[in-house]
Design a protein around this ligand. Structure first.
Ligand SMILES: Cc1cc2nc3c(=O)[nH]c(=O)nc-3n(C[C@H](O)[C@H](O)[C@H](O)COP(=O)(O)OP(=O)(O)OC[C@H]3O[C@@H](n4cnc5c(N)ncnc54)[C@H](O)[C@@H]3O)c2cc1C
Length: 401
């Protein structure tokens, strides 16, 4: 394995670093004070500038307007963009759109690609992914109540979803619904169906209040009701009964993207922690960084961030070579490891900054509130830990259900 940064990756990192410093960081104080909607007009203008870098939706092939980056190349870009909560949106690689673009690209029909992927890739529309339901444990994704029933040339969808990120303002949802309730295996019961949000019977009930914020637009988490929403049969994505398989594939690359974004956050938090430790005086001539406890936080954070990055790049490398299925253990391992690394690094950075760390003068408090969810979405820590341990123990001959 060679994880040295190619000239291409170095150049991409340089372009993004400059862009962030000049175009994105200056927007952060208003964003933190007034929310995402307050900076949206400026962000849209920044998207036009982002396109000029040639790195807009860079994960997509050139025929879809992207830069054709490999998963590992894109991982480096994701880290740089992750240093601000606005970075991924400006470059049109924000969740859940990036995952929806990937699943469309891999499984969409030519008509679906033109109708949905084309405008999504250009940043003209947004999308959401509606799988989790309030009444059923999201940790068991094969168990849900939403159904899609064939009626003539349509699917009729009924069900209740929540945590549909970015549903507010989305042009379409990818809906996970049970289409084959009698399929012998639970993971063959559901399918993915594209539902325009303008469809009668699709209702965005509202945005959930998360850690005191309802959010808006792309930065929101919606509750959705499907009241018999009717869409053509050709809106099926992939094959009938393949919903779970598509979701697993969608989340494989998605976990690489999230983990690298979190490493970007770790790096910025680390930088703030070190700057403060080196310059904040506890007494004349005695910076905070002279204290061994703070030195330990710095050294441990450095080691943990570097270790996390190597693990994620290794998982991306394995997905590229052997596919998502072969890399399941690595994908689960990075998901809980990096989400926890992020929590620890943020906690140490806030502690180092003291009262300043609690204010909204730095991005730390925002991340503390908004990134706690990383240990829950795309599979809670415990689900991934159990999956990793079971696979290891199977190799030792242990029989587990
Ligand atoms: C910010 C955010 C954004 C999200 N975005 C989306 C989205 O866009 N689309 C979408 O469909 N969903 C989304 N989700 C939903 C997310 O995927 C689910 O919350 C997650 O899968 C957990 O499901 P649950 O909330 O139903 O918790 P449950 O399944 O009820 O689990 C509750 C807790 O039980 C514990 N637990 C579960 N299984 C085990 C186990 N095997 N062993 C031990 N402990 C266990 C875990 O600690 C878990 O946190 C989002 C969630 C959040 C917080």
């Amino acid at each position: 394995m060679d994880f040295s940064e190619s000239e291409k990756v170095q150049s991409i990192r340089g372009i993004i670093r400059d862009f962030m410093k000049k175009e994105i960081y200056p927007l952060e104080p208003t964003y933190r004070a007034k929310g995402f909607a307050a900076v949206l007009p400026e962000l849209k203008a920044k998207r036009i500038k982002a396109k000029e870098t040639g790195l807009f939706a860079a994960h997509l092939p050139p025929e879809w307007g992207g830069a054709g980056l490999s998963l590992t190349e894109f991982a480096h870009l994701s880290e740089e963009l992750g240093k601000s909560a606005l970075g991924h949106y400006v470059f049109n690689v924000q969740a859940p759109d990036i995952g929806n673009m990937e699943v469309l690209l891999e499984h969409g029909t030519p008509e679906q690609l033109e109708r949905w992927l084309r405008p999504l890739a250009r940043g003209e529309i947004r999308s959401c992914f509606t799988m989790t339901e309030p009444e059923y444990a999201g940790s068991n994704p094969t168990w849900m109540a939403t159904t899609a029933v064939k009626d003539g040339d349509s699917w009729v969808i009924r069900g209740h979803k929540w945590f549909s990120s970015s549903a507010d303002g989305a042009a379409f949802a990818i809906c996970m619904a049970v289409t084959n309730p009698d399929a012998p295996k639970p993971h063959q019961r559901a399918s993915m169906i594209i539902v325009p949000t303008s469809t009668p019977g699709f209702e965005l009930v509202g945005n959930l209040s998360i850690m005191g914020h309802k959010g808006a637009d792309h930065q929101s988490h919606g509750e959705v009701q499907y009241h018999g929403a009717r869409v053509p049969l050709e809106n099926l994505l992939g094959k009938e009964g393949q919903g779970f398989l598509l979701a697993q594939n969608r989340l494989g690359a998605g976990r690489i993207h999230h983990c690298m974004r979190w490493i970007g956050i770790c790096e910025r938090a680390f930088d703030l922690m070190c700057q403060h430790a080196a310059t904040r005086l506890l007494a004349p001539g005695r910076p905070l960084g002279t204290k061994q406890m703070v030195q330990q936080w710095i050294a441990e954070s450095r080691a943990e961030i570097d270790g996390a990055r190597l693990m994620v790049l290794h998982a991306a490398w394995k997905i590229e070579r052997e596919g998502t299925s072969a890399a399941r253990t690595e994908i689960s391992t990075i998901k809980f490891t990096v989400a926890r690394t992020l929590q620890r690094v943020l906690d140490r950075a806030i502690q180092t900054l003291g009262g300043l760390g609690m204010t909204d003068d730095t991005p730390l408090a925002h991340w503390w509130a908004h990134e706690r969810a990383g240990r829950i979405y795309d599979g809670a820590d415990e689900v991934h830990i159990e999956a990793v341990a079971k696979r290891i123990l199977r190799d030792y001959g242990m029989k587990v259900g």
